[in-house]
Design a protein around this ligand. Structure first.
Ligand SMILES: Cc1cc2nc3c(=O)[nH]c(=O)nc-3n(C[C@H](O)[C@H](O)[C@H](O)COP(=O)(O)O)c2cc1C
Length: 142
């Protein structure tokens, strides 16, 4: 877990540095769809696991900033504060915001909400090969 956190911190610093130089970035967690193939292409050694890719380049277009979840949903000071009703209300508000953002960006094609997306993602099993892969890479704790 510490290694994953370190890698994410390093990547985010690289992302900030790139953006400060007018470059654009995109994290690609999609590489975890097929880590055996990615590992072969990248010559990944034993006991190493790719977590995500970070693509860097000069963007053709500058897209609008994606609307964020309300800060009070994700940021807590000196302890976790959760008023469930308030939380649900805020998520409903965010669903409307993000839905309009997607509609605008896709000229009406995409009609998702955030909660719909999360329910879809968490409601199905995915990347079932992962446990095997992690063990094969030699990271199984006995
Ligand atoms: C860990 C992580 C993995 C991601 N994986 C992908 C991916 O595989 N494909 C993709 O198009 N975007 C990927 N993204 C980008 C997100 O889809 C989304 O566009 C981005 O987080 C929004 O960034 P922004 O709000 O700064 O514009 C990933 C983002 C993160 C943080």
């Amino acid at each position: 877990m510490v290694a994953c956190i370190d890698a994410a911190l390093a990547a985010q610093n690289a992302a900030l540095a790139a953006e400060s130089m007018d470059l654009g970035i995109c994290y690609i967690g999609g590489i975890r769809n097929n880590l055996p193939e990615v590992s072969a292409i990248l010559n990944i050694p034993h006991r190493v696991i790719p977590l995500f890719a970070l693509v860097v380049g000069y963007p053709k277009n500058r897209s609008d900033k994606k609307p964020r979840l309300p800060l009070s949903n994700i940021y807590h000071e000196n302890g976790y504060q959760e008023d469930k009703q308030e939380f649900i209300g805020q998520l409903e508000g965010y669903n409307e915001t993000i839905s309009s953002y997607y509609e605008l960006r896709t000229k009406g094609k995409r009609k998702d909400t955030w909660t719909g997306q999360m329910a879809g993602m968490l409601g199905k099993k995915s990347r079932l090969y992962m446990k095997d892969y992690v063990e094969k890479q030699g990271l199984k704790k006995h």
